[in-house]
Ligand binder design. Structure first.
Ligand code: ATP
Length: 197
C-alpha cells in the first residue's frame, strides 16, 4: 500500500502549483478536483439527478454539467449545497479510494482541498498544508480568477480557517516566496516522504 500524503490549503494557496512540481519529479498525484470533474462529466446517474434537481439551467450546450453555474448557485443556497454534497461525496470518496488503492509508487500526493470538511483524514498517512496569508490569497485569486476583493474574501470566509488547517497539518509549506523555493520544498519533502514510506 502506498504512503498517502494529503495536500490541503485554502483557495489560491498554491495546491496546483506545488502538485505540478511534485508530478514533475515523478510523484503520483490523485486529485479530488479532477475526480469530481470526471464524475460530473461521465456519471449518467449523477448528471440526471442534478438535472432533475436544478433544471436545464445547470447544463452546458453540450449537455454536460455547467460546474461554474452550480458552484455559484450553491454558494448562496445552503440546502441545495447539502443536497449536492450528499449525492456527490460518497461517489467521489469511492473513486478516490479506488485510485489510491492501485498506486504502486512508495508514496503519492492526494490533493484533497476538502479533507477537513469531509472528515477524510483517516485515509491519509500524513497531512501536508500549503499555507499563504489571506492577503496573498486575495492578491493571487483576484488576478487568476478575475474576481474582485469582496468576492475573494467571501470565498475565503466560506472555507475552514487557516488556524484550523494548522491543527491538522503534519508538515507546512509557507508559500510566500518564489516558485524556485517551492521547487526546493518539493525536492526536500520527496526525500522526507520516501524515508517515511
Ligand atoms: P484553488 O484552491 O483555487 O484550486 P490552488 O491552491 O490550487 O487554488 P494555485 O492555482 O496553485 O492555487 O495558485 C494560485 C495562483 O497563485 C496561481 O495563479 C499561481 O500561479 C499563483 N502562485 C502560486 N504560488 C505562487 C508563488 N509562490 N509565487 C507567485 N505566484 C504563485
Amino acid at each position: 500500500m502506498t504512503y498517502i500524503v494529503a495536500l490541503i490549503g485554502g483557495i489560491g494557496s498554491g495546491k496546483t502549483t506545488i502538485s505540478n512540481l511534485f508530478e514533475k519529479i515523478g510523484i503520483k498525484i490523485i486529485d479530488a478536483d479532477i475526480i469530481t470533474r470526471n464524475v460530473l462529466k461521465n456519471d449518467k446517474n449523477v448528471i440526471n439527478e442534478i438535472l432533475n434537481k436544478f433544471g436545464p439551467k445547470c447544463l452546458n450546450i453540450d449537455k454536460t454539467i455547467n460546474r461554474k453555474y452550480l458552484k455559484n448557485y450553491i454558494f448562496s443556497h445552503n440546502l441545495e449545497k447539502s443536497w449536492l454534497e450528499k449525492i456527490l461525496h460518497p461517489i467521489i470518496i469511492k473513486r478516490m479510494k479506488e485510485d489510491l488503492n492501485i498506486v504502486k509508487t512508495p508514496w503519492c500526493l492526494w490533493v484533497v482541498p476538502l479533507l477537513i470538511e469531509m472528515k477524510l483524514y483517516k485515509y491519509a498517512n500524513r497531512i501536508l498544508l500549503i499555507d499563504t496569508p489571506v492577503s496573498e490569497q486575495i492578491k493571487r485569486i483576484t488576478k487568476r480568477d478575475k474576481i474582485d476583493k469582496i468576492q475573494a474574501k467571501l470565498i475565503i470566509s466560506s472555507q475552514v480557517t487557516r488556524e484550523e488547517r494548522f491543527l491538522f497539518a503534519n508538515d507546512i509549506i509557507n508559500n510566500t516566496k518564489t516558485i524556485k523555493i517551492l521547487k526546493m520544498h518539493a525536492k526536500n519533502l520527496n526525500e522526507h516522504y520516501l524515508k517515511l514510506s
